[in-house]
Design a protein around this ligand. Sequence first.
Ligand SMILES: NC(=O)c1ccc[n+]([C@@H]2O[C@H](COP(=O)([O-])OP(=O)(O)OC[C@H]3O[C@@H](n4cnc5c(N)ncnc54)[C@H](O)[C@@H]3O)[C@@H](O)[C@H]2O)c1
Length: 442
Amino acid sequence: MSPTNPKSEIENPKSNITRRAFIGTAAALGAIPLMSRLPAAFAAGSDRIKVGVIGTGGRGTGAMRNCLKADPSVQVWALGDIFPDRVESAFKGLRDGNPNARNPVAPLDASRFAVTKERCFSGFDAYKHVIASGVDLVILAAPPHFRPLHLEAAIQAGKHVFAEKPVAVDAVGARKVLSVGELAAQKKLAIVAGTQRRHAPSYIETMRRIHDGAIGDLVGGQCYWLQQGLWHRGRQPEWSEMEYQIRNWLYFTWLSGDHIVEQHVHNIDVMNWAFGGPPVKALGMGGRQARTDPKYGDAYDHFSIEFEYANGARIQSFCRQTPNTQGRVNERIVGTKGVAMGDGRITGATTWKYDGDTPNAFQIEHEDLIKSIRDGNPLNEAKRIAESTLTAILGRTSAYTGKEINFAWMLGASKQDLTPPKYEFGDAPPVEIPIPGVTPLV
Ligand SMILES: NC(=O)c1ccc[n+]([C@@H]2O[C@H](COP(=O)([O-])OP(=O)(O)OC[C@H]3O[C@@H](n4cnc5c(N)ncnc54)[C@H](O)[C@@H]3O)[C@@H](O)[C@H]2O)c1
């Protein structure tokens, strides 16, 4: 287990660097013998698992390292990104490591890094080539817009998947993930989502206690992701508008889902976990107060949403990305007998504080994934991550339109589909900042 305190990665709202603080441990990345073609269920300790990364940015390469560390037989097999420069830097970064960094990352030998130039792919179709390259497992870490498309292709081709959160940006995409999740279950394929709190022992133990009645009946709560600003990658004169938007995908709702979906989904997912499923409706607001420069696309910089669950309890969700403001990232669940904080504190009739192991949850989710594949009992988290993603989309849509919206309507009837007319470098979808009372509900 890594000595890293997961709180610094799970909860630190101050920078995008800490939340992407990936672990590279030389000792964990030892050599393995090359074995023959794999069966669908792998025997423990034998047969390599060939992994392809689709979206080789910060999290794609970080998740790949977590996956390598999770099992000595994992091998990096293929890399794909829309941009060749990102593939190139991932290739070098993974192969050569960074032995001089404060947290040194070891270089990989050929038994762990089997990528050849022929198995490096770029362009909008890079995902198809990675999936067809002979991989057993794919890591999906492109911007969220592409997740349903990439997930569907991977599952149809019979590949296990680690899919970063969120898994969609609109209702149509979330529905696709739900149906692909069912297909994965039929095919006995794994889908593990990058909502690492679900794999953190502190969260698991807190939820067990909540569900065992430690705080009584749930009556309300709050969840927060309040942080400073994030990166912006600028504009180059040779870039088309499409390239500009994809390079700066955080700020375009069709690509990221906006930050309530892209980032706050972590905390919304915890609330859905506590309440046993998604809410029945949402009423929210939001806007752009500080991040008004056109370079920031159409994304809002703050949201506040009230979600109501099936038992009538209402919770408040807050998210903000604004420099020089108070940070807070956590979840607070209120019951008739006490209050629980998601990461391991209960006060009230019962007082309790988690004092067990705090392994790096980014690491544990990959260990759980690989173990489930090896055991022939693959984890399938598609339904709950699709529901949590759609919950965040529900909140965003309420804020954008100014309307109260039912989850069931969003799930069953909404035609919201942010897919552009075509995927090619040239024009991109027009940037229209949503205005409550004007923006239509679709
Ligand atoms: N679980 C977590 O805590 C956590 C932390 C950070 C990021 N993430 C998620 O990981 C995903 C990636 O985030 P990131 O921080 O690595 O961003 P990033 O910008 O560093 O990486 C995204 C990569 O995807 C590439 N890309 C864009 N369109 C693509 C396409 N159509 N096909 C293939 N590649 C494409 C980009 O060029 C880029 O290299 C996002 O969904 C994000 O929400 C999760």
